[in-house]
Design a protein around this ligand. Structure first.
Ligand SMILES: [Cu+2]
Length: 317
């Protein structure tokens, strides 16, 4: 009886039951067939139980009981399970399709790290656009993902679009997804990977193809504010030892690419809203926001310097 209330939590940005992709739609259909079918069977079983209780004084004949067991206990479950097996096998070809060469115009490489996501868009001309903590894809086009890990096992999962795929060190797993609706969805890391596992997520943004193309072209260039004020502080304080900002000499890949960090939906891999204040608090003490995060705290710097870097980074769109 509580099921409808429990399910109220299942709409929105991180729900496999609010599908915005072809694979998640199949999974959601199978779920509803099983839930509704299960509810009917439950009603049938409880009905039989009540019937048996009401007939305690006048038991059915041995032959009647035998027929009930044969049909209700053997034939019905066998037929139902056979039907479910056939239904699931019939759905399977639509799950996990590989992108055809024509579809796979773009491969998105995502590498899991404790506790963030390195992202790179590989285009047919061989060029590579680096990003982090956000994955964008065009609606209506099948996108091929190449999934790896640099440290421990993580799992890539955009519930609104499709199923999970593990990210395993030393392996390259493939997954293809087709978004059917534009929107921003939340994607949590789906394999325990350390202290801040629950604080490791990213946003998946499905965009109209023309918007997507314009966005990707902009990402391939340095951000407009790249020569702004906070730049000096950023370079002086050694942030470039771990981060890359396109258009500056910061070119490291130990931490997330910050070339367009200002245009991301969130800061800290899906944890904080992307505001100047949030960026400043992250720089001052990442470990307070994400225990065990692999970035040192810079809280010893003058607040004005942290604020200048935060303002500069927020401006990199
Ligand atoms: Cu993880």
């Amino acid at each position: 009886m509580l099921a409808p209330f429990a399910l109220c939590g299942c709409s929105g940005v991180q729900s496999a039951l609010d599908p915005a992709g072809d694979e998640s739609a199949i999974v959601a259909n199978l779920f509803w067939v099983m839930v509704i079918g299960g509810a009917f069977i439950w009603i049938g079983v409880i009905g039989t139980l009540l019937f048996a209780i009401s007939r305690r004084e006048r038991p059915v004949s041995d032959a009647g009981a035998g027929r009930l067991i044969l049909w209700g206990g053997a034939v019905f479950p066998s037929v139902t399970l056979l039907f479910l097996l056939a239904f699931a096998l019939w759905l399977m070809p639509g799950l996990r399709p590989f992108a055809t060469p024509a579809d796979a115009s773009m491969t998105v490489e995502v590498t899991g790290k404790q506790f963030w996501w390195q992202v790179a868009y590989r285009l047919p001309d061989g060029s590579r656009v680096a990003a982090a903590n956000e994955v964008r894809l065009p609606v209506g086009k099948r996108v091929e993902f190449a999934l790896e890990s640099d440290d421990v096992i993580h799992s890539f999962w955009i519930p609104a679009l499709g199923g999970k795929m593990d990210m395993i060190p030393g392996r390259r797993n493939r997954l293809s997804l087709l978004a059917t609706k534009a929107g921003t969805f939340r994607a949590p890391c789906a394999e325990y990977c350390g202290t801040s596992h629950a604080l490791m997520a990213f946003s998946a943004v499905a965009m109209e193809p023309s918007d997507f193309d314009a966005w990707l072209a902009a990402q391939a260039e340095p951000a407009a504010g790249v020569s702004g004020e906070g730049r000096e502080a950023f370079l002086r304080n050694g942030c470039g030892a771990c981060h890359r900002v396109d258009g500056t000499e910061a070119n490291a890949t130990i931490g997330p690419d910050l070339s367009h960090v200002g245009s991301r939906k969130t800061i800290g891999a899906g944890i904080l809203p992307n505001t100047e204040a949030a960026i400043a608090s992250f720089i001052a003490n990442p470990g307070a926001i994400k225990p065990d995060a692999k970035m040192p705290a810079f809280g010893a710097l003058p607040a004005a310097e942290i604020d200048a870097m935060a303002a500069w980074l927020k401006g990199l769109e």
